[in-house]
Design a protein around this ligand. Sequence first.
Ligand SMILES: [Zn+2]
Length: 388
Amino acid sequence: MGFPDFFKQQLTIARVYGIPVRIDYRWFAVVGLSIWLIESNLQSHAIQVGNVRLPPHAQLTAWLLGVITTVGLFLSVFGHELSHALMARAEGIEIEEIVLHPFGGLARLKTEPQNPRAEFRIAVAGPAASFLFALLAFVGAKIAALGNYEATVVVFFLIFAGNVLLALFNLFPGYPLDGGRVLRAILWRRSGDIVDATRKAGICGVLIGGMLILFGVYILIAPNWRPTQPYFMGAWSILVGLFLLDTAARVVKSSHEVGLATVADAMSPPVAIEPGLTVTRLVDDFLPLHRQTTFPVAVKGRLHGILSLEDLKSLPRERWTTTRVQAVMRPVQPSFFVEPSTTLDSAQQLMKANGVGSIAIVNAQGQLIGFLQSGRIRRRPKARSSAK
Ligand SMILES: [Zn+2]
């Protein structure tokens, strides 16, 4: 293990509602940095919050307040991610883990949301939690101000400001930020095309990452604008911008690949057989032309079931002339069909589990429009939306 790998190694620090919470070693550096930044500011400047004025603190108090505030801020980040995770669970999605990384956190889901509504709810849950924490911290600061607990006012105020920033920053409409997921959900709902929606929201993420980098460079070199800690703020903005740019660029790139491809990109036109067809006719007329091991069974475009040649093996040959497809097919059930906008990934999961190794594609009007067999998936290049 090399030096950089050591810092990327993950530790499980807790399990909350059965969800493992992981950090890597870089996270400790960020915690240290946060404590130091708060501590050095409290020591060197008088702080004015509303009508409460704090004189510069003694070293020990400043350190203590730095630690308490940092713990509060990281619990806020964790609460934000937990809120995403619990909403995902409410939408029936299993949660892999919550990772706290140097630029915030990530609730990693085992599967992608199946529809725009679920995506929207999961995305909004995080910023909603942050706004709630901000409100609580604000009320806390007000109460502490009434009792003249000046140091407590400052801690609550910093936690309030941190949560407002976290919520607002995450609402920027660039994937993979929460606002970008909201944008993706809206585009997805409108067009029904998750791949296209992901690519557009990802491009917005790339643009926002680029803007953060430019903003950071501007802070570093601007002659007449000096916020407190200009070098730190500038460097931080550049780092976060690079992180976002890199992640979003990868999302845009992979939106062309299998994970986000839909069944509509890969399905073949269905070779459907009628339930009244005899097994003899199937074997004599259909099999020589269509070398498939499973067939959708349909009447006038309505799916009745799926016939698997495996199921014919137990049927004695002398009964082929009298047995009809409907007697040997597997009657339709929910795992036998999907909508055209379903991702190829989840269709493949269904095919593995449904016992026939294939799946029918049925449109919103209930018409059979395509068929997929596992092991025979070949993606066609996707028509670009600009060419439509
Ligand atoms: Zn979030």
